[in-house]
Each structure stands twice: as structure tokens, then as C-alpha cells.
Design a protein around this ligand. Structure first.
Ligand SMILES: Cc1ncc(C[n+]2csc(CCOP(=O)(O)OP(=O)(O)O)c2C)c(N)n1
Length: 542
């Protein structure tokens, strides 16, 4: 009530706490400020947990306020009472508990300083979720006529993130070292679109002759010269090609990469050195070859290392060869794509290619786990689609909040939000729609193949006798029923003849929420996926 009645705070109420928390995550992705999540006591708090884990690994700021009973009432079989202290375990940056009684002046001082610390900590690099447990003593509701008043001029601790810089001596050392490597790979992990980073990385790569690799969640599609199909290249090529692509020096920044093929390739062909650029926080050793942690922002690193003398043309030529090798492979994949997509087919990968081609110039593109994000990575975005900003819940890769996150984005973005999702992820998170708010220009593509088709596509579960029942988990749900129930516009795409008109209707932005259900078939989809990969493999036969 205090939040709802505060004149400068915007609130929304979402009944399902799991969806609410993911919606909060989606809002924070747009505002870059902590979204405050508030819930009642008891199991409600646990339902925030999936989104909190996602926010922790995706490094999105959230401030979580859980109402609680006073400590003496815990474990006394009182209603809606569970053990809430540290309930989110290691997936919050810190957990605080506020005092239960406010009579003493020290209590209000403590609350003020705790909330200051919580907000600042949530924003400090790497941003993330912070929990404040709030035990409340009865009476919980104001007496009739009782007014809520707000403190004015509350004390605020301002805090600015330190800007880690590269000293001159460190810069000299890095440049000297950089010169000594021939095959240098710059690999971008998941990050939000940032034109400044894309451009400075491009200048850095040109200056130092570095091959730039970035998948669809790295938001590097604005860079024409970068390699976007590394997953297909290292996954489908022949041994000799893979050997030639091995880096001596790997430089990484950003968070995770989608491709298991690429991770395995780099773990197998370990570079002599791996530098990771990250201003603060724990640095993962994803490729088992980390040798240097550079405490800087990527942009500052790239720009600092631009100021150096050019290498001799002989040295630069040798480095350039490595880039050319990657670019030739990228070109080979593009040609294979052309051949494959030239033959029309009513299959998921072909239809999603059409969807991605038809995206508006400026939009947020949300990709659910798991085939949606993989298909999008294989199809790729082009440099002239740099107004398309890609989001995916790859912190924990859950299917439980992809729709809610997209909806959170749509609440706070003035460009359309397009979600491409599989059916399992879509139906799992159906309560994302259970509220009374408009989702302006949210357009959802549901690829309905009646189960988790990913498990039929990856090595391992696909061949097991239990695959259909326990992995793919067949179902008969239709997005039409959901659209009817929630009053959303619905378009069904079930035959090739409808493609053009369905996409035209779907990409007509009238402000309403639209669902396009692609009626897919598992066998056709898996056969098409095999054919697509075979087309790439075949290009190595000659
Ligand atoms: C909360 C959660 N439960 C289970 C999983 C395991 N999982 C990964 S992908 C997937 C199936 C997704 O199916 P769907 O949304 O239909 O997409 P498709 O793979 O068919 O493209 C499952 C169950 C998960 N990632 N998250």
C-alpha cells in the first residue's frame, strides 16, 4: 500500500509471483534500474526464485521485498509463514532483514541505511538481485481514516561505479603481448545491443587484425565483418578446417555463448592465452584456458589499445590470414544457406527465416529456450538489422519466464517487442498474460510442434525409448484457446499458401497484442533441420 499510494512510484499488480518476477526482470532490462518486487509472506516468495536466479546470472538489477511475519511466529504453525531469512540462497547479491519494531530511532536509521545499501548493491557492477525481508507486526492494515504519510528528504547514499582504467604500463604490456600472437580471436558473449561497443570492437579488430566472433545474443550483428555462424562452422566443418581456425590468443567479453559446438571447440583447441575483459566480479573459466583478467570495460579496453604504432605489413599480413580463414568459412555457410532456403518448405527453420527477414527495423526480439534461440542463431540477423535488439533468458536457460520477460519489456519500451517461442515455453508461462495491463505492440510467434522438439534434435535423448514421453513430452494444446481466453489477436499459420498474408497481418502494428501460431510437425521440422545441416556439411565435400 505504501508503494501504491506513493505519488512518484509506478506500480503494477501481477497475481502469479513467478510471472511477476520475470515481468520485473523484463522491465529492468529496459530501465537499467532495479525493479522492485513486492510479495506477501509464505510460498509467494519462493515463486520469485526462478526469475531471481535468471537475474543473478543475466546481471539484471532487482530489489526484492518479501513481507514476513515477526520472527517469534516462525515455526508456530501460523498461516502463510515459512522460513524466509536468506530464502533466495546464493542467487542474490545479499539478503537483509529489516527490524520488526520501529519504536526506537535506531530502527528507522537502520531501515534507511539498509535500503540505501540494497539499492546501491543491486546497481553496482555486476548488477543483480538484492533481497530485503520485511517482517511486519499486526495490525497489518490501517484503521479506517488513518492516513499514510511519506518521509520527505530521506537520506540517500549516492554511489558511482568505479571506472577501472588501463594504466600506461598495463597497456604497453598488453600491446607487446598482443603483437606476439598470430591467430587472435575476439569472442563476444551475451550482452545488450551497444553501438559504441560494436564500433570500438570493429576499430580494435581492424587495427590489430583480430577475428571477431559473435552469436545472435551477443548483439554483434551490426558488425558486417564479424563471424556470426561459428556454431555451424565448428559444428559441421571437417577436422583440417577446424584445426586451422584454432586461436593462439582468445579475448572474451560479455556473458555466455549459445553454441555448445564452439565451447567444445575452444576447450579442445585451447589457446595459449585467454584474456577476459570484465570490470569487476567473479570471472568464469568457460574455456578452461583463462590466463589474464582485464579489469576494464570492453569499450575502454578497445579504445586504449587503438593508440599504438601500426605493425609491419609482413606481421599484419600473417595475422590477416587468420581472419580470412574465418571469413571464408562464414561465406561458405552463407552460400549453403542460400542453397537451402532457395527451396521453399513449410518447416520451422524456413518459416522463422521469413519471420526474421520481416522484422521491423527497430524492435526488441525475445528468443525463448531452446530451439527458438538456436534457430535464430543459425539463421542470423544482418548488419542492416542493427535496430533489432536481442534478448534471451540465457542466465539459467529456463523455459519458465520467457514470455513474462518479453511482456516486461513491452511495458517499458516504445518499440515493438517480438517474442519467438516454442510451445512448451509458451504454455509453461501462460500466466504471463494474467493481468489487466495492455501489452502494446507485443507480437508473439509460437512455433507449436506439440512438445519439446529440442530433445529430438540433440544427440542423446532423441534415440532413447523414453524420448517421446519423458523428454519431448507430447501435448495437444493450442495457442488459439489461450488467445481467446485472454482476448488477444490470433493468427494461425498452417499451410504454405497462408504465409505471405499471415506475416503481413502479424507485422501490422496497431498497438494490440498478437499471437501467430505456426502449426508445425515434429517430423517435418527435424527432417528440415537435418537437411539444413547436411547442406552445410555438403559444402565441404568438394
Ligand atoms: C524451467 C525449465 N524446465 C525444464 C527445462 C528443460 N528444457 C529445455 S528446452 C525444453 C523444451 C522446450 O520446448 P519448446 O518450448 O516447445 O521449444 P522447442 O524445443 O520445441 O523448440 C525443456 C523442457 C528448462 N530449460 N527450464
Amino acid at each position: 500500500m505504501a508503494f501504491v499510494r506513493h505519488p512518484q512510484i509506478n506500480t503494477k499488480t501481477i497475481s502469479d509471483e513467478r510471472s511477476a518476477a520475470f515481468i520485473g526482470l523484463g522491465i529492468a532490462q529496459q530501465t537499467h534500474q532495479p525493479t522492485v518486487l513486492i510479495c506477501t509472506s509464505g510460498s509467494a516468495a519462493y515463486n520469485f526464485a526462478p526469475a531471481i536466479a535468471e537475474a543473478f546470472f543475466q546481471e539484471v538489477p532487482l530489489l526484492i521485498l518479501t513481507a514476513d511475519r515477526p520472527s517469534e511466529w516462525i515455526d508456530q504453525w501460523d498461516g502463510q509463514t515459512i522460513r524466509q531469512v536468506n530464502i533466495f540462497g546464493q542467487h542474490v547479491k545479499k539478503s537483509f532483514t529489516l527490524p520488526e519494531d520501529y519504536d526506537h530511532a535506531d530502527s528507522t536509521w537502520f531501515i534507511n541505511r539498509t535500503i540505501n545499501e540494497a539499492i546501491n548493491l543491486s546497481c553496482a557492477y555486476p548488477p543483480g538481485p538484492v533481497h530485503v525481508n520485511v517482517p511486519l507486526r499486526e495490525p497489518l492494515y490501517p484503521a479506517p481514516g488513518e492516513k499514510i504519510s511519506f518521509s520527505v528528504n530521506s537520506r540517500i547514499f549516492t554511489e558511482y561505479d568505479p571506472h577501472p582504467t588501463i594504466s600506461n604500463s598495463e597497456k604497453e604490456g598488453l600491446l607487446e603481448s598482443l603483437k606476439s600472437f598470430k591467430n587472435v580471436m575476439l569472442l563476444a558473449g551475451q550482452q545488450e545491443y551497444n553501438d559504441g561497443i560494436v564500433k570500438s570492437a570493429e576499430r580494435f579488430s581492424k587495427k590489430h587484425h583480430v577475428a571477431v566472433i559473435g552469436d545472435v545474443i551477443s548483439n554483434f550483428h551490426g558488425n558486417d565483418h564479424a563471424i556470426h555462424f561459428a556454431d555451424s562452422i565448428v559444428g559441421q566443418s571437417i577436422t583440417s578446417v577446424r584445426e586451422s581456425l584454432k586461436p593462439d590468443l582468445l579475448i572474451t567479453f560479455g556473458k555466455s555463448v549459445i553454441s555448445k559446438n564452439l565451447k567444445q571447440f575452444l576447450r579442445h583447441h585451447k589457446p595459449a592465452e585467454h584474456w577476459h575483459i570484465q570490470p569487476a566480479g567473479t570471472v568464469p573459466d568457460t574455456f578452461q584456458s583463462l590466463t589474464r583478467i582485464i579489469r576494464s570495460t570492453p569499450k575502454h579496453f578497445f579504445e586504449s589499445l587503438l593508440e599504438s604504432e601500426d605493425e609491419t605489413s609482413f606481421a599484419s599480413q600473417k595475422k590477416q590470414n587468420y581472419i580470412h580463414l574465418w571469413q571464408a568459412e562464414e561465406h561458405r555457410i552463407q552460400l549453403a544457406h542460400k542453397k537451402y532456403f532457395n527451396e521453399p518448405a513449410f518447416a520451422e527453420i524456413n518459416l522463422l527465416k521469413e519471420v526474421m527477414n520481416a522484422l521491423p527495423m527497430r524492435c526488441n526480439l525475445h528468443l525463448s529456450n531452446s530451439m527458438a534461440v538456436r534457430y535464430a542463431n543459425m539463421i542470423g540477423l544482418t548488419a542492416d538489422q542493427k535496430g533489432v535488439h536481442v534478448f534471451a533468458n540465457r542466465g539459467t536457460s529456463g523455459i519458465d519466464g520467457c514470455t513474462s520477460t518479453a511482456i516486461g519489456n513491452s511495458f517499458r519500451s516504445d518499440v515493438p517487442t517480438i517474442l519467438i517461442t516454442g510451445d512448451m515455453a509458451f504454455f509453461y508461462d501462460r500466466n504471463a498474460f494474467w493481468h489487466n495491463y495492455n501489452m502494446p505492440n507485443l507480437h508473439v510467434v509460437v512455433v507449436n510442434n506439440q512438445g519439446g522438439i529440442i530433445f529430438g534434435m540433440i544427440d542423446g535423448p532423441g534415440n532413447l525409448a523414453e524420448a517421446d514421453e519423458y523428454f519431448v513430452t507430447q501435448h495437444k494444446l493450442s495457442a488459439k484457446n489461450l488467445a481467446d481466453e485472454f482476448g488477444l489477436d490470433y493468427i494461425s499459420l498452417d499451410i504454405p499458401k497462408k504465409i505471405k498474408n499471415s506475416l503481413k497481418d502479424f507485422f501490422d502494428f496497431t498497438g494490440s497484442t498478437k499471437i501467430l501460431e505456426i502449426k508445425s510437425h515434429q517430423k517435418i521440422a527435424t527432417d528440415a533441420f537435418t537437411k539444413f545441416n547436411l547442406q552445410i556439411k555438403k559444402s565441404y565435400d568438394a
